[in-house]
Unconditional design. Sequence first.
Length: 636
Amino acid sequence: MSYPYQLMTQADYENAYRKSVENPEEFWAGVAENFVWRKKWDKVLEWNFTEPSVKWFIGGKLNITENCLDQWAQKQPDTPAIIWEPNNPNDPTITLTYKELLAKVIEFAVVLKNNGVEKGDRVCIYMPMVTELAIAMLACARIGAIHNIVFGGFSAKSIRDRIEDSQCTFVITADGVYRGAKPIDLKSAVDAALEGDTPVKKVIVLNHANIAISMKEGRDLWWHNEIASLQGKELKDPIEEMDAEDMLYILYTSGSTGKPKGVVHTTGGYMVYVTYSFVNVFQYKPGDIYFCTADIGWVTGHSYIVYGPLAAGATSLMFEGIPTYPDAGRFWDIVDKHKVNILYTAPTAIRSLMAFGLDPLKGKDLGSLKVIGSVGEPINLEAWQWYYDNVGKKNCPLVDTWWQTENGGILISTLAGVTPSIPTFATRPLPGIQPVLVDANGKELEGNNVAGNLCIKFPWPSMLRTTYGDHERCRLNYFATYPGNYFSGDGALRDENGNYRITGRVDDVINVSGHRIGTAEVESAINVQDSVVESAVVGYPHDIKGQALYAFVILDGNISEADALAKINTAVNKEIGHFARPDKIQFVKGLPKTRSGKIMRRILRKIAEGEMNNLGDTTTLLNPEVVEEIKNHRLS
Ligand code: WT7
């Protein structure tokens, strides 16, 4: 088996790129022909970025799970689809071949159907990194239910908001998760999220961590009981035929304003793009063992643990634990144990492992590795070099992959060993991707050696179609800032050879350990506290997390700073989740404001970054005196 659309040389890439720009429809039709369609599309593409409206493979009918499972269960039934590595290295590994995974997905699809889940229903999934998570999402896709996965680190309140916003009628969860030394409860967060009025009718619970939990009569069902009830029965496969533009999933992500947005991905284009990009960026070859360390709760896991690799018939390794348990050599042990060929991880993980020095790498072979990858935030030179030298042993191409939840798949990246890797550069757009840099007025910056706001001017198959329940928000967020373009919210520069280097967000979104956090959300969690008058949250550079949050908070004087600190931390845990807690909270008498009352975040950002002598003109502020006070009490 080989992939007809795999680009093997730089010339292949240049040709494919040229063709994809000159004739995008023909180009993508050529790729899409390699997939399983129940009915071929009538038209490849219709689009405008004003509404916006984007449709790919119009009239095409398919089920993405036939591509991810059935075709391989036929062609290579005994090839491992998923290898699961437990948190505790002494517990057994689980391997599911394509044949086995297909059977389990059909079985669970029947369970969903028997419990009333119908095509188009939204299903919230809140689970650990276990094989049942992949089974649950594929079972949803098989019956045309729309999954809405919520990362296990989110709080009850966040689960509730997401369930409400997308009106989920079912939840799939587990009792708990193993991450590090002791199991963590998951089910109680779901219980709290469903208190009072809720659209949720049933909750299916996997017993994974043997934690004592409460089960609500009439609502909660055990996964194993539901499966057991099917034993000995003839199962009818409940597969649905889906339209290429039917919704596949919703995934919430933070923006610079308001509540998280439900990014909507549809079926046909998403499948084609994630598979094409998976094969080409990582240069996957049949038989390779591929390990992406992301959590399926984020888009990286959706596209590059489950859908992309499986639609390519690959072997995808899933890991439940954390990089430092039982010690900081765990990733390397996993690579050696399973002879991993392709490793895809995040700069924050690399930096946290770098902090342990080279000892944890001693005695590890890592000789199976052929390609190493990075995603989630800009990778700084030091981390790049460390990863390349000590993990890739200077002979694995490092792919720095730039993309976003909204993009569905990797947009700018080196193709491993095919196009050159350049430290700290994501390098070149994939075929089909037409990036542009624009200035503050939306004017396109042509030529090379320019820096600006990164936009994409032409649709690609896996781009978001809408934000759930609020199309106007999608338009305003992504298509209104620079009309005619999709605006990413990132800044970038293009060097003299046309390579892109992503410089980071240009809006109020902060990337903390690769987790995207809207400062507005953290502020609103802080501001609802009685004793808080106002707050402003900004990002600052952090050695391990990349960026961390710095909160400036005005108190009303009726609370001690110690109590306020505790209250704020609890509030952020409850409203969003642990990972969104500010590293620094400074209590201030005032926040710098413009005459019209807008908080001058630029100044706060500079102070947080420690660039205090470079604040620019502060004399036009409404309250210039607060700046000195804030500077004097800055937390270092
Ligand atoms: C934001 C998207 C896409 C998977 C994980 C994050 C930043 C992502 C890179 C990279 C520089 C990167 C951007 C982007 N980002 N990859 N290789 N180089 N920055 O998905 O949560 O939607 O976050 O992550 O700022 O806008 P996400």
